[in-house]
Structure formats: structure tokens, C-alpha cells
Ligand binder design. Structure first.
Ligand SMILES: C[S@@+](CC[C@H](N)C(=O)[O-])C[C@H]1O[C@@H](n2cnc3c(N)ncnc32)[C@H](O)[C@@H]1O
Ligand SMILES: Nc1nc2[nH]cc(C(=O)O)c2c(=O)[nH]1
Ligand code: SF4
Ligand SMILES: [Mg+2]
Length: 222
């Protein structure tokens, strides 16, 4: 039987993405294949992180019990977990549910994009400042649909320039949502807005991680 290592399950408002500000139930899986310089969730990637072992049925039951329409699977890197196609298939059986996957840009999305129209992917494109850009699978861009998102988390002008280059090279704004977000505390949001204005970045959305303004930015489970 497939089991998943779940670091935390909680209900909060989604602080990120196209449903930011709405209630969502979060399932955070342990472990990641990358090691981004700015990662705010390194604790979930430590080999000795405490976790609960849950089956597909148990995860579905806790999501059902939350009674919340929006479900966000995150981590760590959720799409590296064995059995994820089975879990996504099971979660998407329920009507009126919106499932969002936060994924780090290094995992092939082919096995997942056809599972259900109620699943949306936020593919994070790791910029130079993350130290992880070499792992990005640009082949994924061709798989993304209108409901999906490419997110750039920028910490410097160099990162912003690179985001612009990637957006233009792959014509991302005509393909899916495009979000630009500051590495929390590393760059002023106003600097990102200046950049958007300077380059007339139409159809790009600035996003601040809402939960870090509502609660202590280091607080878990929110
Ligand atoms: C912790 S990751 C987990 C999902 C997946 N591993 C990924 O990177 O997309 C969730 C989101 O938080 C963002 N993130 C992590 N640390 C951040 C920080 N310090 N400032 C802004 N966003 C951050 C990531 O870029 C990603 O979009
Ligand atoms: N409130 C809240 N919203 C979020 N959206 C994406 C998150 C994540 O860590 O992937 C996250 C998170 O950690 N907290
Ligand atoms: S890919 Fe996501 S979870 Fe992994 S280190 Fe980077 S931000 Fe953290
Ligand atoms: Mg988070």
C-alpha cells in the first residue's frame, strides 16, 4: 500500500497563487530534491523531520473533514512522492474541489497534467539567486494550461532580468498565469513594481506571500 510522509496538514487562507486569500486545506509532504538558497520550509526537507505516515484514503479523509473546497499540495516537493498520480486521481473525484500543486520546476509534469481539469499546477521557475536554475525543466512550459501558473521568486535585479527573459522566450503570458514574487525580506516589493513598469510587464501579477503579513513569517501551520 502506498503511504506518504506528511509533515503537516492545516487549514488557513492560501497566501499564494490564483486563489490567494481564500480558505484552503494544505498537505505538506516531506523531502525535496532541491536546496534553494531562500527556502522558507527547509525544516520539512530535513531527514529527521517528524511526519505522519498516511495512505491515499487517510489523506482524502482529512481533506474531506476540513470541509474546504481548495486543496493545496506542497512540501518539500510533492510531485516526487510515489503514488502521487493515485492520490491526485482520488482527490479529484469530489465535485466542486479545486486542487493546487506547488511544484519546483524540476519535475516532469507529463504524468500529472491529464489527471483532472480540477487540478492546477504552480510551477516555480528557480531564478539564478536560488542556486537551482540548472535543474529547471523548461519542457514543462509546453504542458501548462490556462489554469496553471509559472511563478518567479526574485531576490535581485539579476533575478528579475532573468525572469523577464524566460517570460519572453517562452511567451508565458499567453500560455498561463505568470506571477512575480519577492524572496521575502530580500527585495522591496516596490522594486519589483518599478521593474514591471520599466518593462511594461502586462499580464504579470505581483504576489506577496499574504500569510507572512498576517502572522509571524516563521510561524508554521498557517
Ligand atoms: C516551500 S515551496 C514548496 C513547493 C515546491 N518545492 C516549490 O518550490 O515550488 C512553496 C513556495 O514557496 C516559495 N518560497 C519559498 N521560500 C520563499 C521565500 N523565502 N520567499 C518567497 N517565496 C518563497 C517557493 O518558491 C514556492 O513557490
Ligand atoms: N498560508 C499559506 N499559503 C501558502 N500557499 C502556498 C504555501 C506553500 O508553502 O507552498 C503556503 C503556506 O505555507 N501558507
Ligand atoms: S524546491 Fe521548494 S521546498 Fe525545495 S528547497 Fe526550493 S523552495 Fe524549498
Ligand atoms: Mg509556505
Amino acid at each position: 500500500m502506498t503511504t506518504f510522509h506528511v509533515a503537516e496538514t492545516f487549514t488557513s487562507i492560501n497566501g499564494e497563487g490564483t486563489h490567494a486569500g481564500q480558505l484552503a486545506v494544505f498537505v505538506r509532504f516531506c523531502g525535496c530534491n532541491l536546496n534553494c538558497s531562500f527556502c522558507d520550509t527547509t525544516w520539512a526537507n530535513e531527514p529527521d523531520v517528524p511526519y505522519v505516515c498516511q495512505t491515499t484514503e487517510e489523506i482524502c479523509a482529512s481533506v474531506d473533514a476540513a470541509g474546504v473546497h481548495n486543496v493545496t499540495l506542497t512540501g518539500g516537493e510533492p510531485l516526487l512522492r510515489g503514488g502521487m498520480t493515485e492520490l491526485l486521481t482520488a482527490l479529484s473525484q469530489k465535485e466542486n474541489r479545486y486542487i493546487e500543486i506547488e511544484t519546483n520546476g524540476s519535475v516532469d509534469l507529463t504524468p500529472f497534467v491529464g489527471i483532472s481539469p480540477s487540478i492546477a499546477f504552480t510551477m516555480d521557475y528557480k531564478l539564478p539567486g536560488s542556486g537551482m536554475e540548472a535543474h529547471m525543466r523548461t519542457e514543462n512550459f509546453a504542458l501548462l494550461r490556462a489554469q496553471d501558473t509559472v511563478k518567479f521568486v526574485a531576490g535581485s535585479q539579476e533575478d528579475l532580468q532573468r525572469a523577464l527573459e524566460v517570460i519572453r522566450t517562452y511567451d508565458l503570458t499567453h500560455r498561463c498565469h505568470v506571477y512575480l514574487s519577492p524572496v521575502f525580506g530580500s527585495i522591496e516589493p516596490a522594486e519589483i513594481v518599478d521593474f514591471m513598469q520599466a518593462h511594461t510587464l502586462n499580464d504579470v501579477t505581483l504576489q506577496l506571500q499574504m500569510h507572512k503579513f498576517i502572522w509571524d513569517p516563521n510561524k508554521r501551520g498557517v
